[in-house]
Design a protein around this ligand. Structure first.
Ligand code: AMP
Length: 181
């Protein structure tokens, strides 16, 4: 499963809950990158200033990371991707990679949440890249680079839109019904 949706839509929360319920790993490129930044690995050092500015980290840094993660043993019977793909080149890479490793995806979830709700949620979260200025940039980056993926996946008939502006448990129940159906 792939989660799309703007920053603050609840992708991380929902992906993590579903991962526990289904027993498949939750793969968050944001979490992997934040861990790399904390550990000051080469990847972390290269990624840090893009993340702090709310820009996407360059594709070449992210593509290797996702290939490695999806070929690990625990990802062989499924995964829930949160934060990847983030632009059309990443989605095209994913199509190729999944064909190569013979792993299909079943659903692309578009978690829909209005802008004003997103900004309020992000401001209350207090992460380093959640200042007002950086939030605005992340939303703009989302609109320009990530939102076009909605059409990309609609064309592949895998897209399911879910209203993310409801209580967490209600959204989680909808998602569980979807995977069980
Ligand atoms: P997230 O936790 O998904 O909101 O990601 C936090 C930050 O990590 C983003 O603002 C980007 O700077 C970076 N990031 C996460 N996933 C990707 C990706 N797939 N491509 C490029 N940058 C990413």
């Amino acid at each position: 499963m792939i989660f799309l949706g703007p920053p603050g839509a609840g992708k991380g929360t929902q992906a993590s809950r579903l991962s526990d319920a289904c027993g498949v790993p939750h793969v968050s490129t944001g979490d992997i990158l934040r861990t790399a930044v904390s550990a000051q690995t080469e990847l972390g050092r290269k990624a840090e200033h893009y993340m702090n500015a709310g820009e996407l980290v360059p594709d070449n840094l992210v593509l290797d990371l996702i290939r490695e993660r999806l070929t690990e043993p625990d990802a062989q019977s499924g995964w829930i991707l949160d934060g990847f793909p983030r632009n059309v080149p990443q989605a095209e890479f994913m199509d190729q990679l999944l064909a190569e490793i013979s792993q299909p995806y079943d659903f692309v979830i578009n978690l829909e949440v209005p802008d004003e709700v997103i900004v309020a949620r992000l401001l209350s979260r207090g992460r380093k890249d959640d200042s007002q200025e950086v939030i605005e940039n992340r939303l703009q980056v989302y609109r320009e680079q990530t939102e076009p993926l909605i059409e990309f996946y609609r064309g592949r008939q895998k897209l399911v839109s879910i209203d993310g502006n409801r209580p967490m448990d209600t959204v989680a129940n909808d998602l569980q019904s979807l995977v069980r159906a």
